[in-house]
Design a protein around this ligand. Structure first.
Ligand SMILES: O=C(O)CCC(=O)C(=O)O
Ligand SMILES: [Fe+2]
Length: 172
C-alpha cells in the first residue's frame, strides 16, 4: 500500500493523472446533481488522499471497516478504480459492501451481515459514502489485485486534519 502525497502527483504516469482529473470532474460534478443535492450541497468537496494498493494474492484480505472512523467529514466519498485486466470471480478479492438498510439498520438482518459483492474488474470505478452508512471489506484475493483509492472530503475538515497531522516542530 502506498500513499501518494499531493506533491508527488506530478510524478504519476500521464494516463493516471488524466484519470484523476476526470474523477475530480465526476465527483465534484455530483454536487450539482439534483438527485444528490440535499445530500452533498452543504459540502465543499475537495480531493484529499490518494492510495495505491496491491494485494499480493494468496488470500490477502481487509476486514470489515468504515473509512471515516471519526465522522470528521475529511472523508465524505470513497472512490476506487480497479486495475486488474483479466480478473475473474474465481480470483476472489471482491469488495463486499454492507450498505445501511432502508429501515436504517446497519446491514444486519438478524442472521448475518447482508453484503453485496463488487468484483474488482479492470477499469471499474466504485463510489460510496465513507461514513458508517457503508461498512465494507475486501474478500480474500487469490491473485495480485491492484486499485487506486481516492478520498474526497469537506474542505474545512481536510484543513483541520492536515493541521493535526503536521509535526509540532513545523508549526509556527
Ligand atoms: O480495494 C478495495 O476494494 C477497498 C479497499 C478499502 O476498503 C480501503 O482501502 O479502505
Ligand atoms: Fe475501506
Amino acid at each position: 500500500m502506498k500513499w501518494i502525497p499531493a506533491e508527488d502527483e506530478g510524478l504519476l504516469p500521464l494516463h493516471l493523472r488524466r484519470c484523476l482529473q476526470v474523477l475530480d470532474e465526476l465527483i465534484l460534478g455530483l454536487q450539482g446533481c439534483s438527485l444528490l443535492r440535499g445530500l452533498l450541497s452543504e459540502r465543499d468537496l475537495r480531493r484529499w488522499e490518494i492510495q495505491a494498493t496491491c494485494y499480493p494474492g494468496g488470500g490477502a484480505s481487509y476486514s470489515r471497516h468504515i473509512d471515516d472512523q471519526t465522522g470528521s467529514g475529511a472523508r465524505v466519498l470513497t472512490a476506487i478504480m480497479y486495475l486488474n485486466p483479466g480478473w475473474t470471480v474465481e480470483h476472489g478479492g471482491a469488495l463486499r459492501v454492507y450498505p445501511k438498510q432502508p429501515d436504517g439498520s446497519m446491514g444486519f438482518d438478524g442472521e448475518g451481515w447482508r453484503g453485496y459483492d463488487v468484483e474488482p474488474l479492470h477499469n471499474r470505478l466504485v463510489v460510496f459514502w465513507s461514513d458508517n452508512r457503508v461498512p465494507h471489506e475486501v474478500k480474500p484475493a487469490h491473485a495480485e489485485r491492484f486499485a487506486i483509492s481516492v478520498w474526497y472530503g469537506d474542505a474545512a475538515a481536510i484543513a483541520e486534519a492536515k493541521e493535526a497531522e503536521r509535526p509540532i516542530t513545523a508549526r509556527p
